[in-house]
Write a protein that binds this ligand. Structure first.
Ligand SMILES: CC(C)(COP(=O)(O)OP(=O)(O)OC[C@H]1O[C@@H](n2cnc3c(N)ncnc32)[C@H](O)[C@@H]1OP(=O)(O)O)[C@@H](O)C(=O)NCCC(=O)NCCS
Length: 170
């Protein structure tokens, strides 16, 4: 019987399984060194999704300056449309969301499934990087998500300032 998805921090020991998922998920997969680098960053959030005691997917998110960059998310090709990516993104936002917090990502413009996933979490398209992907010169859609600032938070000058600065770059 399938158990619910559980989410935990991604570890170096997961990387062989991560690479196996990664190589089936992307035409230009990340190398081992790229995952090691991301895991070594203290400010990043890297999560693993476990399903039936096996690694079913992962998310890698890094913080640069004031913005979270969703760097990588992938799910085992045999475990898609079971809510694994949604569980990963939900857990990421549970950990990182603060009023006015901003996230960005790039996604192939043809990747309708991923775009739909991101839109479901409040990401919105904000323009294209032309020919961004080296393998086929495909455009990247740039997406942004901003955590709302509630009325109660506006009493906090720092939250109010970040809400005012909340402009997705062109
Ligand atoms: C994109 C990806 C991470 C989605 O993972 P997943 O675990 O299957 O996603 P979920 O089951 O949580 O889907 C949540 C919602 O996203 C949307 N969605 C996900 N995959 C979709 C697809 N192939 N087509 C259309 N909508 C899709 C749907 O709205 C879905 O809800 P529903 O199943 O109730 O209709 C997975 O397909 C994948 O690993 N793809 C290859 C790697 C990739 O493209 N990563 C993103 C790079 S930017």
């Amino acid at each position: 019987m399938t158990e619910p998805v559980t989410i935990r921090p991604l570890s170096y020991a997961d990387l062989p399984q991560v690479l196996s998922i990664e190589r089936r998920a992307f035409p230009t997969p990340w190398s081992l060194a790229m995952f090691v680098l991301e895991l070594s960053k203290p400010s990043g959030i890297c999560l693993a999704a476990m399903l039936d005691r096996r690694l079913a997917g992962y998310v890698v998110c890094s913080r640069y300056d004031t913005v979270w960059h969703l760097m990588n998310v992938a799910v085992d090709v045999t475990r898609r449309r079971e809510g694994v990516a949604s569980a990963l993104l939900g857990a990421l936002f549970d950990r990182a969301d603060r009023p006015g917090e901003r996230y960005t990502l790039e996604v192939r413009r043809s990747n309708a499934g991923a775009i739909s996933l991101y839109e479901g979490f409040g990401f919105r398209g904000a323009g294209y990087r032309r020919g961004y992907y080296h393998d086929n010169r495909e455009d990247a859609l740039i997406m942004w998500r901003t955590v709302a600032v509630q009325a109660a938070d506006r009493a906090d000058p720092e939250a109010e300032r970040s809400a005012r600065d909340d402009r997705a770059p062109a």
